[in-house]
Design a protein around this ligand. Structure first.
Ligand SMILES: Cc1cc2nc3c(=O)[nH]c(=O)nc-3n(C[C@H](O)[C@H](O)[C@H](O)COP(=O)(O)OP(=O)(O)OC[C@H]3O[C@@H](n4cnc5c(N)ncnc54)[C@H](O)[C@@H]3O)c2cc1C
Length: 480
């Protein structure tokens, strides 16, 4: 059976990978000339990579880790020391760490918090524990019920002070969805915290050993191609063509550089494009359907990824860093964290600039200037004196609509992978799965779509008594 998939982000590629495992023939049609969607990366004229976003993988990503295993590329994940490192704005140039000892969860997390005395006083630790411990004990159903609050509102209900919110959770909210605690749904923070506290290595991070496009997406393409599938770049879906009964007749692909448009037909069709694109692409008859109308409740959040190459080493820290500065979220010195970007003499900082809604339309020069001002407090020793570090070059990637903005109430708008249209499915991290807008969520959504397609085929085969293959089950439990 042939399945046409629009979009070669992680969700589209994962869907194709798992469909080939189940004996289907996927054809993935990607609009751009690069694989990966939000994990896409490019090489500049010097051979240096720059990326759509700084990406880290967590120990709490079961489906992603399983995928690496299935592709035979586990050695490409570079696991870092299990610690969370925060800049200290009140002491520029210094860091505060939450070191997770080699103990079972949640003990390792509790010890990490108890041992940190820079960011939380004893009274604040007690205040926070009183709010968080009951939430963790009440389980995922309780966490799901908190989608009606912003994280700030939820913290206030627990009696947690503004100082704790400012000290820790601004950085956490910005790193998870590029917005502040007074905007982000409490569900997002509590979901992440429960995974991090309940799984021993849940919050341990790994960096890929090179660009996601080459080191993760390409192996998925090769896997699919070796099994009879196909992935085409430069193939933008222009229109979803319908039969009279509203089912999909074909994907109309825009011809580029003067080429004719082409109709791609298949037995089944999948959109693995973002919710923002899918909304625009909806055929008129589907717009009447409540299922598709709900997409209006989802909108991608703006974010900016800044890459800076310096003439010297600014730090030797080989891990993710939380800046706790007003314009920046997380960052890393990729010359330390990533094998292919390694440089013993010069730093390459990759920084997530967020919240970006007031900056996304500003010029690169303005964004660069503001970033460098923030760096003066992160690395005063390299910018204040007589011989300041010199910026050699930069790349800035703006993404006006990235993952869905996880404000309160969004869960209700996230669609299932199965749609009311019998030969049309959705994949993408915005579709309903418990890992929210993440790489894990994208990979899981693609797998769930492949499983839903196969389940439907199974039902149909039951009536004609044809056997259908099975997949290793998706790890869909939020705290698996
Ligand atoms: C700055 C940044 C940092 C991030 N950091 C992390 C992190 O550290 N850890 C983590 O887990 N997640 C992180 N994420 C989130 C993660 O990147 C996404 O959740 C995930 O990559 C989304 O994958 P997707 O396949 O669902 O969507 P997308 O990546 O958006 O894929 C959609 C694809 O559809 C294609 N498309 C669009 N229109 C058409 C068309 N007309 N025809 C055909 N194709 C089309 C697009 O080009 C794209 O390739 C980060 C995201 C950003 C932006």
């Amino acid at each position: 059976m042939r399945v046409a998939i629009a979009g070669a982000g992680l969700a589209g590629l994962s869907c194709a990978k798992y469909l080939t495992d189940l004996g289907y023939t996927p054809i993935v049609l990607e609009a751009r000339d690069v694989l990966g969607g939000l994990v896409a990366a490019w090489k500049d004229k010097d051979g240096d990579w720059y990326e759509t976003g700084l990406h880290v993988f967590f120990g709490a990503y079961p489906n992603m880790l399983q995928l690496f295993k299935e592709l035979g590329i586990e050695d490409r994940l570079q696991w870092k020391q299990h610690t969370m490192i925060f800049n200290q704005p009140e002491k520029p140039g210094t860091y505060s760490r939450f070191d997770f000892p080699n103990l079972p969860a949640p003990l390792n997390g509790i010890v990490a918090i108890l041992r940190n005395n820079d960011m939380l006083s004893w009274s604040e630790k007690i205040e926070l524990a009183k709010g968080l411990v009951p939430a963790m004990l009440r389980g995922q159903r309780y966490v799901d019920s908190t989608d009606k609050y912003t994280f700030s509102e939820w913290l206030k209900l627990q009696g947690v002070s503004d100082d704790v919110e400012q000290g820790i959770f601004v950085a956490a909210a910005k790193s998870l969805n590029f917005i502040d605690p007074d905007e982000i749904s409490a569900l997002v923070l509590l979901t992440a915290l429960s995974r991090f506290l309940q799984q021993k290595n849940g919050s341990q991070v790994a960096f890929l050993d090179g660009s996601p496009t080459e080191r993760l997406c390409q192996p998925m393409v090769d896997y699919v191609a070796e099994r009879g599938g196909e992935v085409r770049v430069n193939s933008p879906l222009k229109e979803i063509l319908l039969n009279n009964d509203g089912s999909v007749k074909g994907f109309l692909i825009r011809g580029l550089n003067g080429a004719e448009d082409e109709i791609v037909t298949a037995d089944l069709y999948v959109s693995a494009m973002s919710a923002d694109v899918m909304k625009v692409m909806l055929p008129a008859p589907w717009k009447q359907n409540e299922f598709f109308q709900k997409l209006d409740g989802l909108e991608g959040v703006p974010v900016i990824n800044v890459h800076l190459w310096f003439d010297r080493k600014l730090t030797d820290i080989d891990n993710l860093l939380f800046s706790r500065s007003s314009l920046l979220s997380v960052y890393a010195d990729m010359s330390n964290t990533c094998k292919e970007y390694a440089n013993p003499d010069r730093s390459m900082l990759e920084l997530v600039f967020a919240p970006a809604k007031d900056w996304i339309k500003k010029s690169e020069a303005e964004i660069l200037k503001a970033t460098l001002v923030e760096l003066e407090t992160l690395f005063p020793q390299h910018f204040g004196g007589e011989n300041p570090a010199t910026l050699l070059k930069h790349h800035i990637i703006k993404t006006p609509h990235s993952v869905y903005t996880a404000t309160p109430g969004r869960q209700e708008y996230r669609p299932s992978q199965v749609t009311p249209i019998q030969n049309f499915y959705l994949a993408g991290s915005y579709t309903m799965q418990p890992f929210l807008g993440s790489m894990e969520g994208a990979v899981l959504s693609g797998k769930l779509t492949a499983q839903a397609i196969n389940a439907q085929a199974k039902l149909e085969a039951l009536s004609s008594s044809q056997p259908t293959p099975t997949l290793q089950p998706a790890t869909n439990a939020a705290t698996a």
